[in-house]
Design a protein around this ligand. Structure first.
Ligand code: SF4
Length: 258
């Protein structure tokens, strides 16, 4: 792909997101919640845990703990028991109680609406804060998880590895009102097609927009590639149900506002 200006890269980014929207309009957050408190709890619990497992645990949890005060009043042992099926449950129970205690003490029991305030809560990093701020309050954010980082580099939209720097690069390429949706679409494309190993480039709707930075020939030796080499018709991209998500390890923003 020839060297492109910022304007050309921004236009390409817009075409990529448009194509993904057309391909996977059903893309949405896979964690079940009905309010901002439940969303925050779900996202906190999902670190290094499949969304499907979180969704199995949270109905009983949400029925028992309906307010931030209820979590703050519970003992860590009680919370551990309620989420014991989830990975890192001891640490997550500790963070849940500590975060809800701060929410009760400093925010009147209401979930803080800014990404910066959310980021100050125990167990809530910059990425998690962005996910909650965007989905709960519509705050523009382009949270960078493992999928968004990997795809952004393969697509040549950034060369950064640090999630905060990747997000800065991505934010320059789209208007703020598109950030959150673009984040969601890229995650789904990463789970369905642009896998960490063996990306399905032959079945990718944004193939013509992608320079495949860092993708090696051995990466492409996938069943889809074999089909194409054998001269068979190109397989249509599959529409699948919401894939379960394995959250990347929580990464804090390098410097926190204090
Ligand atoms: S062409 Fe390949 S590397 Fe590029 S986004 Fe599609 S699947 Fe990923």
């Amino acid at each position: 792909m020839p060297k492109e200006s910022h304007e050309q890269k921004a236009a390409r980014t817009a075409r990529i997101i448009d194509a993904l929207e057309e391909e996977i309009p059903e893309a949405r957050i896979a964690l079940d919640s009905t309010n901002d408190l439940e969303l925050l709890v779900s996202v906190m619990l999902s670190a290094q845990t499949m969304d499907s497992l979180v969704n199995k645990v949270t109905p009983a949890l949400f029925a028992k703990y309906r307010t931030a005060q209820a979590y703050a009043d519970a003992s860590e042992e009680e919370l551990q028991q309620a989420i014991s099926r989830i990975g890192l449950f001891r640490n997550k129970a500790k963070n849940l109680k500590a975060a809800m205690t701060i929410i009760v003490r400093d925010h009147g029991g209401q979930i803080p609406r800014t990404r910066e305030a959310l980021n100050e809560l125990p167990g809530v990093g910059w990425k998690t804060a962005g996910v909650v701020a965007y989905h709960a309050f519509g705050t523009p954010a382009f949270p960078v998880d493992t999928h968004v980082g990997r795809l952004s580099r393969r697509l040549g939209l950034t060369s950064q590895e640090d999630p905060a720097k990747v997000e800065e690069d991505l934010q320059k390429l789209l208007p703020p009102e598109r950030w959150g949706r673009a984040h969601q679409l890229i995650i789904w494309h990463g789970r369905r097609t642009c896998h960490a190993q063996r990306p399905q480039c032959d079945a990718c709707v944004i193939e013509k927009e992608c320079p495949r930075v860092g993708v090696t020939l051995s990466d492409l030796k996938s069943p889809a590639s074999a089909t194409k080499r054998a001269g068979r018709s190109r397989p249509a991209p599959k529409r699948r149900s919401a894939p379960s998500r394995k959250a990347s390890p929580k990464r804090k923003r390098p410097t926190k506002a204090r």
